[in-house]
Design a protein around this ligand. Structure first.
Ligand code: ADP
Length: 176
């Protein structure tokens, strides 16, 4: 793996609503009308105009993504994507991969350079973090390779143990 690609991937522990990036990604639900977890935190921090814009979008199917403004967030945009509810079937992985891919399609189309992702589906939706981490990192690396103009993708993990999972996986790229 070329180090220039790995240099454009970052992991952090913390609250994604605090990040001053071109876009943060929201792990939304199909209604796009807010919920708990990271979705609730993003809506609280962005203010009511985010919900007003989301109401105009008519929802979002699982695996797809929609983009809005960031309103009171430090981030300029929010990319809302809907992860799969974990079922243990192979389709889960396909849908989760689509979430990362489709989120980044919006980022590229809007010429965004810095995007932060939470661990989509790894809260209430129950996706095992180690499996989800591989999908997230592998999919984002593909986009970084295809788009040299893309500056940085940041994975923001809420817990130290989730951060550890990402750190361990990223370390495997540096071995040998
Ligand atoms: P899902 O329904 O897709 O599982 P959740 O919001 O329940 O979404 O959880 C997704 C991940 O986001 C979980 O790992 C959770 O710990 C994390 N999370 C919750 N709040 C925040 C936040 N403010 N910033 C970053 N990550 C968060």
């Amino acid at each position: 793996m070329s180090s220039s690609i790995l240099n454009r991937l970052e992991i952090q522990q913390g609250d994604i609503t605090q990040l001053k990036v071109d876009a943060i990604v929201n792990a939304a639900n199909t209604s796009l009308l807010g919920g708990g977890g990271v979705d609730g935190a993003i809506h609280r921090a962005a203010g009511p105009l985010l919900l007003a814009e989301c109401r105009t979008l008519g929802g979002c199917p699982t695996g797809e993504a929609r983009i809005t403004r960031g309103y009171n967030l430090p981030a300029k945009h929010v990319i809302h994507t809907v992860g799969p509810v974990y079922s243990g079937k192979p389709r889960d992985a396909q849908l989760l991969r689509s979430c990362y891919q489709n989120s980044l399609v919006h980022a590229v189309a809007h010429k965004l350079r810095t995007v932060a992702f939470p661990a989509i589906s790894c809260g209430v939706y129950g996706y095992p973090i180690a499996d989800a981490c591989k999908i997230a990192v592998d999919t984002c690396i593909e986009t970084l390779k295809a788009h040299p103009e893309f500056e940085k993708i940041i994975f923001v993990l809420f817990s130290p143990s989730d951060l550890g999972v990402y750190a361990d996986y990223l370390r495997t790229f540096n071995v040998g």
